[in-house]
Write a protein that binds this ligand. Structure first.
Ligand SMILES: [Zn+2]
Length: 261
């Protein structure tokens, strides 16, 4: 049986029978894959804690008939600070879910792996966690060719320098000029300042700079709404964890933490 080693981030896990789990791993070298973690539901198992979501592992896998087997692993990073803050867990879980939804199995994407990992590190020390999260959304969408158009009107193509648009349309996929904003049904408010912030978040690759970004309440609100609409349109459905994240952002959180399901 062939075995292989890889760096893997645990995206989610589901129980398999009484004792085992199926874990969805996002690996740098092999992309997303599901593997069986035998005995991992037993609290005494060495795999129990390591196979929880948001764990970064050095994993040893063995090829199986259907699913590969996670035979051994070492925790490389447990993101303990992130885990201690419910708002950060929600954001990290949302990032994992988005990536999970928009990737197929066994399609390696080292850029996406590096981006997700870097986002988890940035979230741990970000002044504005939503800036880190929106940077992840925008940069990940750019990697897979789904990023919103922010440099020109998404309807007529007119150049819009520095985010100087008059709104945003999810169905058109980006910023709109004045006449096109008036002529489009689903135009959402996006002030030039918020559009400029989106451009900055899309392009900022330096983790330290991202962690220091601050947003005004208007920018925070407009960007969240615009990105939600853009993603909903592109995905044709909502990402499940956004509901929890929205509730949390509104300070109306009244749910039991469960980052894993
Ligand atoms: Zn236009």
């Amino acid at each position: 049986m062939a075995v292989y080693k890889t760096n893997a981030l645990v995206l989610r896990r589901i129980p398999l029978g009484e004792k085992d789990k199926i874990v969805t791993l996002f690996t740098r070298e092999y992309g997303k894959l599901n593997a069986v973690a035998k005995g991992a539901r037993r609290t005494t198992s060495r795999l129990a804690g390591a196979t929880e979501p948001l764990m970064l592992l050095r994993a040893l896998l063995a090829e199986g008939m259907n699913l590969d087997i996670l035979t051994q692993c070492e925790i490389r990073e447990s993101f303990s600070h992130l885990r201690s803050d419910f708002g950060l867990i929600l954001r990290a879980t949302y990032a994992c879910e988005l990536l999970d939804k928009l990737t197929v199995e066994r399609d390696p994407s080292p850029e996406a792996f590096d981006l997700l990992l870097s986002t988890l590190y940035v979230l741990q020390r970000a002044v504005e966690p939503d800036a880190a999260l929106h940077a992840f959304e925008l940069q990940f969408l750019a990697q897979i060719g789904y990023e919103p158009r922010l440099d020109a009107c998404a309807r007529c193509g007119k150049d819009l320098a520095d985010g100087e648009g008059a709104g945003f349309s999810a169905s058109r996929g980006g910023l709109l000029c004045g006449p096109c904003a008036d002529a489009t049904d689903d135009t959402l408010n996006l002030s030039p300042a918020a559009a400029r912030m989106m451009i900055r978040l899309l392009n900022e690759e330096d983790a330290k700079a991202l962690a220091r970004i601050e947003m005004t309440p208007t920018e925070r609100e407009e960007i969240a709404r615009v990105l939600r609409a853009h993603l909903r349109f592109r995905l044709e459905r909502d990402v499940k964890s956004t509901e929890f994240l929205d509730a949390h952002r509104l300070g109306a959180m009244n749910l039991t933490p469960d980052a894993g399901t």
